[in-house]
Design a protein around this ligand. Structure first.
Ligand SMILES: [Cu+2]
Length: 129
């Protein structure tokens, strides 16, 4: 029976991918959104379930991070003020600044199950070779 060999390059890619997936599922991260120039930067963030977002107001003007659907509000953040919130459920969470309604942002939370599916696909890909 002929054994198929895994090329070193492909093996390395799988190894790195596996490490990235394991690291991302094992450790919750804190993502920073800066409030600067009357805007959220970045305006949209995509995070994993269990991660947190930390808003930092870099403007001299007060701002807030306020959920469009009433899930959270930071209250007024002075310059260099911060507000951190953990997102434990997946979904898309739009928010705005209560003081400046033109300021909008979105937090997209992907489920941990999605990471497991990706890992399953990687394993199948490995086996099918
Ligand atoms: Cu504002």
């Amino acid at each position: 029976m002929r054994r198929r060999r895994l090329t070193p390059a492909f093996g390395s890619v799988l190894g790195i991918l596996a490490l990235v997936l394991l690291a991302s599922s094992a450790q919750a991260k804190v993502w920073t959104v800066n409030i600067t120039g009357f805007a959220f930067s970045p305006q949209g963030v995509t995070i994993s379930e269990g991660d947190s977002v930390k808003w930092v107001n870099l403007d001299p003007t007060p701002h807030t991070s306020t959920s469009d659907t009433g899930l959270w509000t930071s209250g007024n953040l002075a310059q260099n003020g911060t507000y951190e919130r953990e997102f434990s459920a997946n979904g898309s969470f739009p928010y705005h600044c209560a003081l400046h309604p033109s300021m909008h942002g979105t937090v997209n939370v992907t489920s941990v199950a999605t990471s497991r599916e990706t890992w399953g696909r990687v394993k199948r890909l490995y086996k099918d070779r």
